[in-house]
Design a protein around this ligand. Structure first.
Ligand code: NAP
Length: 248
């Protein structure tokens, strides 16, 4: 049997890289999605992974745009094959209190973090359904569960992602497709390193495990959800947050 194909959007980012490495180590054929225009840095990223004996394909696609997402997935299908596993990991932040938030800051975060999940998943769902297998994993955030000061746009998008997960999980459960959300807490990547140091220190003080998480800790959970053996886990949200927000 040829290896299953996994598409990781935002694959060249901090958490995305760890997910690509994890899935590749599990024997999947991995494609990292990246923003069109970033081809040179995506190729350099690919070379760095290859130097570590991790082979990952790359494919450009703007997940905030439906047509670009469609072109990305059709190109993967013709170059490599049908997507068996989709990890929706691309995301951005544009933090501002609502009173200072411009419409563009709202829209960009909704388009990139939430509409993107529709834009890309819509391209793979028919094919997964007809083949009777699929894994869709949406990377949300603890801040979608509990809200965060200065992040009405991001919190709304990340909470919406889980609504999408639960609804789609019901629609495709009988087609062998599971749909789940992974909600990271604060993970050490460029996204969180952009937060001012003093605020980061305050955040860490509120994490029971005593530190920020590492990308591989998210990747490990994604890898787990991809396996055939997890076919009875669907519509779930798996928090990976060092205990900073607990719910059931
Ligand atoms: P990151 O390093 O900034 O990675 C995000 C990736 O998404 C980047 O590769 C970025 O490409 C890509 N991207 C952005 N807009 C895109 C678009 N329109 N089309 C295609 N790709 C696009 O951030 P990260 O920390 O790894 O975050 C990954 C995911 O985890 C995000 O969804 C984030 O919200 C979520 N998350 C992160 C944390 C954390 O603490 N780090 C916590 C909770 C949730 P460029 O680099 O070219 O812009």
């Amino acid at each position: 049997m040829p290896p299953q194909i996994a598409l990781v959007t935002g694959g060249t980012g901090g958490i995305g890289t760890a997910i690509c490495q994890q899935l590749s180590s599990q024997g999947y054929r991995v494609v990292a999605g990246y923003l069109p225009g970033d081809t040179e840095s995506a190729k350099a990223w690919q070379e760095r992974l290859l130097a570590d004996e991790c082979q990952v394909e790359i494919e450009a696609g703007d997940v905030a745009c439906f047509d670009s997402s469609q072109t990305m997935v059709r190109s993967i299908e013709s170059r490599i094959g049908a997507v068996d596993i989709l990890v929706n990991c691309a995301g951005i932040t544009k933090d501002k209190t609502l009173r200072n938030m411009e419409h563009e800051q709202w829209q960009a975060v909704i388009d990139t973090n939430l509409s993107s999940v529709f834009n890309v998943t819509r391209q793979v769902i028919e094919s997964m359904s007809s083949r009777g297998f699929g894994r869709i994993i949406n990377i949300s955030s603890v801040n979608g569960q509990r809200g965060q000061f200065g992040q009405t746009n991001y919190s709304a998008a990340k909470a919406g992602m889980h609504g999408f997960t639960m609804a789609l999980a019901q629609e495709v459960a009988r087609n062998g497709i599971t749909v789940n959300t992974v909600s990271p807490g604060y993970i050490q990547t460029e996204m969180t390193m952009a937060v001012p140091k003093q605020i980061r220190n305050e955040i860490v003080q509120g994490i029971p495990c005593g530190d920020m998480g590492q990308p591989h800790q998210i990747a490990h959970v994604v890898g787990f959800l991809c396996s055939v053996e997890t076919s009875y886990i669907t519509g779930a949200n798996i928090p990976v947050n060092g205990g900073m927000y607990m719910s059931f």
